[in-house]
Design a protein around this ligand. Structure first.
Ligand SMILES: [Zn+2]
Length: 398
């Protein structure tokens, strides 16, 4: 694949300067993102194909599986899709995007904190819970709709999440859903703490959150964590510890656990929240870039795992999307890549890709949509009714 360098960065900056409203800036960002992909990944513009005949795979909704990956705490185009960033995401650019339907204008209108934004992705409603407290979402999660409507057991919906702050994400406190209907949530770092009593050899894997303040209490229940390891994941504490020592980051630990879950339970709905990129808050650009490269590789690893597991191959749709982006260099209210504090168009205008049987391959769509559209789309794909979600199903994927 040859990448053609265009002088887009200065052109985009100019366009963004001229653009006056947040909507116009989002549109400009989506447009330049689309052009980057068209040039480098060779994708076609989706709207010209709409109405065309695309062959669909014949997987019945009952057998269909969905894996959702949230892309690591958010990254900017200049370190990812723009010509100068593409070297950081070779797997996305060369392997995954050419197989996917890609949406360039996913505008997040909610609170830009990782827990609350990920909870919003999972409920299809902009949640307003305190990002830094250990509270369940207020609206039913996708896991509850899925399990209640389709009468699925707890073992069929799992979340792998990065830190203790995400321990409530699997189940809302909504009266009509909630208790007992959510996903099982597995916190790999909690497993590792329980297995090692936080031994210093594993310090690099145990850093819990890259932002402050963080008030979530330490989770209890080490015994339950160890039981999860041994009886659910069929993994001895010693093997788990030995393997963890070979890993370079918390997200690698999450992907290792996700693969184990796929093998043991083959959940039909598996949600993996990656978070390494958010080390950007520490201010080291090189660690941020390293996080992006690792996340790129881990997304491709998970897609390969889907292809190699008989329970998943040929019947799984993979969604990859960030919870939100990061601040631009131009906004005086922020500090560039380091944070997501300004609420500017760059930190709100993200993307989403979907791939798998029945999904159009190598097409890009640049109409505006919102991250709250994910849950209704999953509802249409899998056959449940997310009645309280605010978003709309994405017709380009159905
Ligand atoms: Zn962050």
């Amino acid at each position: 694949m040859t990448f053609i360098l265009l002088p887009t960065t200065s052109r985009d900056r100019l366009a963004a300067d001229i653009a006056s409203t947040p909507q116009e800036r989002a549109r400009q960002l989506a447009f330049s993102r689309r052009e980057f992909l068209r040039t480098a990944a060779g994708v076609a513009l989706g709207r010209t194909l709409l109405g065309g005949h695309i062959a669909r795979a014949g997987t019945a909704p009952k057998k269909r599986k969905v894996v959702v990956i949230t892309f690591g705490g958010g990254a900017r185009d200049q370190e990812t899709f723009a010509p100068e960033g593409q070297e950081n995401i070779p797997h996305l650019m060369r392997e995954l995007i050419p197989q996917s339907s890609f949406f360039t204008q996913v505008v997040n209108r909610g609170i830009l904190g990782h827990y609350v934004a990920t909870a919003s992705l999972a409920t299809g409603v902009y949640e307003t819970i305190n990002n830094f407290s250990s509270l369940p979402p207020e609206h039913p999660t996708v896991f509850e709709y899925f399990r209640k409507d389709l009468k699925r057991p707890a073992s069929d919906a799992w979340v792998v999440a990065p830190s203790n702050g995400f321990n409530r994400i699997g189940e809302s406190n909504h009266r009509a859903y909630g208790s007992g209907l959510g996903a099982r949530v597995i916190l790999p770092k909690h497993l590792l703490t329980a297995a090692t009593s936080g031994g210093s050899d594993y310090e690099h894997l145990l850093r819990d959150n890259y932002e402050t303040p963080f008030y979530a209490p330490e989770l209890g229940g080490s015994e339950f964590a160890l039981q999860q390891l041994e009886t659910m994941l069929k993994l001895s504490v010693d093997d788990f510890k030995a393997h963890a020592l070979t890993l370079s980051s918390p997200d690698e630990l999450s992907v290792y656990i996700a693969r184990r879950l796929m093998r043991q339970f083959a959940p039909s709905l598996l949600w993996i929240t990656l978070h390494d990129i958010d080390i950007a808050h520490a201010g080291a650009y090189s660690l941020y870039i390293e996080g992006i490269r690792r996340t790129d590789r881990l997304c491709a690893d998970l897609w390969k795992a889907v292809q190699s597991e008989p329970e998943y191959a040929g019947k799984t749709t993979l969604f990859i999307l960030p919870d939100f982006g990061r601040d631009s260099d131009d906004d005086s209210g922020g500090n560039g890549f380091q944070h997501h504090r300004t609420g500017d168009a760059l930190s709100r205008t993200t993307w989403m890709m979907a791939l798998g049987p029945g999904i159009r391959e190598g097409v890009v769509f640049d109409r505006p949509m919102e991250p709250t559209d994910l849950v209704p789309t999953l509802g249409s794909m899998l056959g449940f009714s997310p009645s309280l979600a605010q978003g709309k199903p994405i017709p380009e994927l159905l």
